[in-house]
Structure formats: structure tokens, C-alpha cells
Write a protein that binds this ligand. Sequence first.
Ligand code: ATP
Ligand code: MG
Length: 574
Amino acid sequence: MKAIESPAPSNFIRHIIEQDLQSGKHNGRVQTRFPPEPNGFLHIGHAKSICLNFGTAENNNGRCNLRFDDTNPEKESQEFINSIKADIEWLGFHWSGEIRYASSYFDALYEFALQLIRSGKAYVCSLSPEQAREYRGTLTSPGTDSPYRNRSVDENLDLFMRMRAGEFADGEHSLRAKIDMASPNINMRDPVIYRIRHVEHHQTGNKWPIYPMYDYAHCISDAMECITHSLCTLEFEDHRPLYDWILQNLDKVSLHAASDSRDGADAYVLPRQIEFARLNINYTVMSKRKLKELVTNGYVHGWDDPRMPTLSGLRRRGYTPASIRNFCERVGISRSEGVVDVGMLEHSIREDLDTRAPRAMCVLRPLKVTLVNYPQEGVEVLDLACHPKDESMGRRQLPFGRELYIDASDFEEVPPPQYKRLSLGTEVRLRGAYVIRCDEVIKDAAGVPVELLCSYDPATLGVNPQGRKVQGVIHWVPAAQAIDVEVRIYDRLFNRENPDDKSIGDYKECLNPESLVVLTGCKAEPSLANAAPEASFQFEREGYFCADRFDSAPGKMVFNRTVTLKDSWAKISS
Ligand code: ATP
Ligand code: MG
């Protein structure tokens, strides 16, 4: 894959890792992790993090774990776990060893919480959630100590164990780290590290009525897996002091004992959190909450709808792993937030498919053409290259006969200026075949052309004789042998650059009503009859298309438009 062959561009994270390798900080180890929460499908933003975490490990002979950050069971499910695994594998990455789950550390996390309580670093707080919010203070005013802050160690141990035993209702108590209610960083104002939630967990069932908070579980999970560099997005920058505080306030020996030291991590060094800017792309939304809303409320046909920025949506649309990896590499890693033009993503797939997708012809809006001077029962078989520049892709046979279909948009009875397609009395070349001239138009009662009577010039197969210059070339299929296919024309899901712009109102206001147009009764050349699911083609003059991986089958082919041949939106917005 291209992304791997070319040397990865330098960035500040590579730089840090090089320094750590040089100084021997982690005994030469590089251990990263990708930590999705299984509360939705992965999107293209996650691909950036996946490429960074797995790529960093690959480039340094290191390892990358896949860890499900499953501390929030209400919103999580096995369906999401399965889709995340499939998407990472599809992108072509391999996680190190077994899949990890934060939930498999729940016992250890509980023990560490007891340890914090014993050392006076954590306490059970019995403020209601509303009271706790008031006590927390604001960005400009300090918080106030909870009246429960000075409970004795014994009382805290007793209450926490009873929380664990399920004696209390949701929200009745919480366990908080005892840090500093006056800290300018709100994350350090005695953050909650355990809460009571009587809900079943997809991995641990009903074992736990209490669940650790993300900030508490994440750093300990990293340490237990001997992660060297914990790469995350910038919104966690303000959480880093808490990440460090928790690890520094646990006993090193027991932390080390709990850790996964099979990887040669003998000298115990704490993981380092490093933040990078998340990926944002225009004309789409990337928040899982919004993507979920689009799915749940039927604005799209599921998480893998080809209009979704999810990896499974992009896959179904016809994006390839190589195109996504190349895109992520081009976007690069930095600490400054920005919005990437979706044109760049589209460029990546065009670039990949231009070299790899066989060419084919498919008429989206068929208009019948009869070649009046072609023999009645005559059929000849034309031999066309599958790719104009790559002979190794082979050749395909295409029957030619008296009756054909061309696209209705390739005919104008009265041609506008500069028109290079077919009009009454003019000539056009049929791709890979003859030059034809339109002699007569047959129309229906409403005046719409339903058939063109044309004549072909037998001397023009693949050549322009007598110095005759025919400017236009149009695509076609033979009427008798063409197969009927369904074509789904996908376009951008939103018609505004920034759907999250509050001045628009709700982001759903700018859903593009034409993001999906289903065309039935399209006519495709017969070589497409057995296209494998997910096979990509360039339909000449129409764009890149792929056979839908679920709905397409022999006898009932369905093609999705992946992307147009050129960036048609660039013209509109300029
Ligand atoms: P949630 O609000 O559910 O936490 P999330 O997008 O952060 O949403 P996670 O499953 O927690 O989802 O993300 C897994 C990893 O992917 C995290 O390390 C996160 O920082 C990273 N990630 C998420 N979105 C992006 C993005 N747009 N660009 C780059 N990395 C991202
Ligand atoms: Mg997250």
C-alpha cells in the first residue's frame, strides 16, 4: 500500500518518539493503543487516529493495542465492538495480541481506588449531582470543598465497598479524587472517579453496580498495558494533569505488578499523554451523537449508508483502504485545529481508482438509437481495453448491433453553441466503435425524444477517415445484450460547508435533499453482469462506481457512485 511504502512525513509526535528512543526512556519500546469507545461506528476522524497509532507502532518496530474503552455501558454494545474490529482490519492494521477491554481491568481499577482511599487521596461524596455542580465553581470562580471531603479513611472504605456491593441507588454517592477545589483547571476539582450505575454491561454482565470514569480508567489502563505514548486529541489536553496525578498517586510497585510486563517493560516508566488536533472535514458532521441521530431518526439508511463519514459508509461508497490511508497521511499530524476540504478525500479515491478501476460503459438515462443502415440481424463483437494505460488489466468484449442505447443527456435536437455531443444532423463517435449521424428524432406525445434514427459510417471503426474530425465521443451500450442495473447516485450529505454552524440553526436544516438519487432501468454493458461485490469501475464519462456490497447480486446488479470524475462542487462554490 502506498501509505506504507513512502516514508511518513515528520511531525512533532515522531520527533518526541525519536528523542525517547535515543534517550532509552522506555528501553527502546514503542507501545501505542487505539482506544475507541464502542458507542458508535468509526468515522474518518477515527481513521486519522488509527493511522497515527498503528502507523507509529509499525514505523518503530513497536506494537499497538486495540482497547475498547467500555466504561459507559448504557451507550455501548457488541454491535459497535464488531463493527470497529471489522473497520480496523479492513483498513489493513493489526493490533498486538488479544483485544483489550477497559472492563477487564475493573477488578484492578477497584483495587487502585481502595488504595487511593487508604492513602487519603479519594473520598466518598454524597452530594447530589446538582449540588456537586454548584460546588464545582465556574471557569472564573473557584469551587467549594464538599462537606464530605474529610470523611475518615474507614468511613470512605466502608461506603465505597457498600457502593460496590450494590447497596445504594444511582447517584446517591460517588467516589472522588481529593485534589484541589480551587484549581484553575476544573478537571482537577476533586473529579468523580467512580459512579453508581445499576446497568448491565455488555462484557461484565451484572457484576458491577459501579463504573469507573473515563479519566480514571484510561490512564491506569494505559499504565497496565505499558503504553509508552498515549496519543489522543486536543480536547484531552486539560485532562492531562489528572492523567498524571492519578498515576503519580498510585503505588508504583503495585501498578507495576498489575501491568502487562510481558513486553519487556522492566524499568517502570509512566506513559506520556500527547495530544494532536482532531480531523474535521467540511460538508459533513463528525460528532458521534449527530451521526447516531441521523441513523436513529432515519435521515440515512444506517451507519454504513454510503453518505455517512463512517468507515463502513465510505467502504460501501467505494472508498478503498489505500485511499483513506493516503488521505490521512496527507492531512498530517499537528496541534492546530483546522477543517480539511472534503475535496481532498475525494481526490484520494479518484487517484487510487484512476489506476486500479477497470473502465466500463453504463447508460444512466437510456435513449434508444437505431442504426438504420446497419444489417438487420448483424452483430459484431468489439474488443476494448479494460484500462487505457494499463494493458495488464486485460480486454473486454462488447457486442455491437443495430439497436443501441445512449444517454438522453447526450442528445439535443437543437444544439447549444459548442455542443460536442449528438444533435439532429450532426456526427458523434461512439466510444470504441463507429461514427454515427442523427437523421431523425421520434418523440412521444409530450414531445420527449424516445428514439433516434441514425446512420453509421462503416469506414470509421476506430479511425477518422478522410481527415474528418469528429469532436464528440459518447458512451453507449448494445440494446440486446445490455443488462438492467440500478444506480445510486450519491452526493454530499450536507449542502453547507459547515453544518455545525449555529447560525444555520439545527445541522439537519442543511441536509442535501439530493444526496441520494436512485436510477432504475439503467443499461450497462454485459461484462458488468458478474461484477463482484465492492468491485470498482470507472463508468466512462460518469464517474467511479462500485457494486454495492450487500444489495448487488447477479441478475440484480446495484452500483453506487463513489465519486464524480472531476470535482463538480469546486466549480459551484467558486
Ligand atoms: P465520544 O464523544 O464518544 O468519546 P470520540 O469521537 O472521542 O467520541 P472515541 O471512541 O472515544 O470517540 O475515539 C477513539 C479515539 O479516536 C480517541 O483517541 C479519539 O481521540 C480519536 N478520535 C475521535 N475523533 C477523532 C477525530 N475527528 N480526529 C482524530 N482522532 C479522533
Ligand atoms: Mg472519546
